[in-house]
Design a protein around this ligand. Structure first.
Ligand SMILES: Nc1ncnc2c1ncn2[C@@H]1O[C@H](COP(=O)(O)OP(=O)(O)OP(=O)(O)O)[C@@H](O)[C@H]1O
Ligand SMILES: O=C(O)C1=C[C@@H](O)[C@@H](O)[C@H](O)C1
Ligand SMILES: [Mg+2]
Length: 307
């Protein structure tokens, strides 16, 4: 076996660090430009760091971590959670009936029990262009419940636009408003609601836990090419690194597709924690709506009567 030289090790360390910065940025749905502004680092420098070329100082790393609302440790190592693996190993040995029991036991013992009415509050998660708004509005109309877009409620909570919130309060502030709006919506809609969420909601564990304990979550997904063509059609490329959408030059299309793939892969395991999945790839809106209706718990009789 060939031993790695010190230089190889150093190179590998920088490449891993760069990969983590890139993955966290993708999970958060931040463009490099946004991270540069929020951290005070230059875009050029971030580009070098992300491609494993920049030997970053502790202070710069700290600035990047702060702008991502994580700690410097999250950039230095993939969060190892040995205790989680131990618990998973244990519950994997239970049969299905025991698993239900374990779920209830853990929930009540640690104050993690699902909030009342959760099954009637549907939340759609997924990347831009998945079809959350299109399908969510129609699902809500069919069930006779209100339709809410969480991003608009966050803006209401903060009294300003998404861009301004991020500009004024950064990731940390945005996530605070997001959690506040989430809890308010859950409280106000005991009888049921259909809500869409911003693509990056899954990137903060605390927020995603809160969402999952109050809402029945459905991951609405599509292929990277479909996400791409749908957001291009809407003329708004956020959070992909590709300018403003209209008349995309060829290079920009490729860069945006790469972004979508990277964002999807950095979030896939998180989106997959949803209660159900609806894949809209190569499906019509009508077909996907049927798939979605099959994927969610039946509406409560009281909700249907009020239609
Ligand atoms: N099977 C499908 N299901 C849902 N939408 C589809 C489907 N096929 C094509 N579309 C089109 O894809 C687009 C989805 O856009 P929509 O705004 O609903 O996505 P979104 O998930 O809400 O995105 P954003 O995160 O930007 O709010 C619509 O123009 C819709 O007509
Ligand atoms: O997927 C994402 O990261 C985002 C999706 C949008 O809904 C916005 O919330 C924002 O542009 C970020
Ligand atoms: Mg939408």
């Amino acid at each position: 076996m060939q031993l790695r030289s010190d230089t190889d090790n150093q190179r590998a360390t920088l490449a891993e660090l760069g990969g983590r910065v890139r993955a966290w940025r993708a999970r958060r749905g931040m463009t490099r430009k946004q991270l540069a502004v929020d951290s005070g680092l230059s875009e050029r420098f971030l580009h070098d760091v992300e491609s494993g070329k920049g030997n970053v100082s502790i202070n710069s790393l700290e600035a990047a971590a702060r702008a991502l609302n994580i700690t410097i440790l999250d950039l230095l190592q993939d969060a190892p959670r040995p205790a989680l693996a131990r618990v998973q190993g244990l519950v994997a040995r239970l049969d299905d009936a025991q698993l239900d029991q374990a779920y209830a036991l853990l929930g009540t013992s640690f104050g993690l029990a699902d909030a009342q009415g959760r099954e009637q509050r549907i939340a759609l998660v997924g990347l831009r262009g998945a079809g959350k708004t299109t399908l969510g509005a129609q699902l809500a109309a069919h069930r006779g419940v209100p339709f809410i877009e969480l991003d608009r409620e966050i803006e209401r909570e903060a009294g300003t636009s998404m861009n301004e919130i991020l500009l004024l309060h950064g990731q940390a502030g945005f996530r605070r408003y997001e959690r506040r709006a989430l809890l308010r919506i859950a409280e106000e809609h005991a009888q049921g609601v259909v809500m869409t969420t911003g693509g990056s909601i899954v990137s903060e564990r605390e927020t995603f836990d809160l969402l999952q304990s109050h809402f029945y979550c459905v991951w609405v997904k599509a292929s990277p090419e479909e996400h791409m063509s749908r957001v291009v059609a809407q003329g708004d490329m956020r959070p992909f690194n590709a300018g403003d959408g209209a008349e995309l030059p060829r290079g920009a299309v490729n860069e945006a597709l790469e972004d979508i793939r990277r964002i999807l892969s950095s979030r896939e395991a998180l989106y997959a924690r949803a209660d159900a999945v609806v894949d809209t790839a190569a499906r019509t809106v009508k077909q996907s709506l049927k798939d979605l209706e099959r994927a969610v718990p039946a509406p409560q009789a009281t909700t249907l009567e009020t239609r």
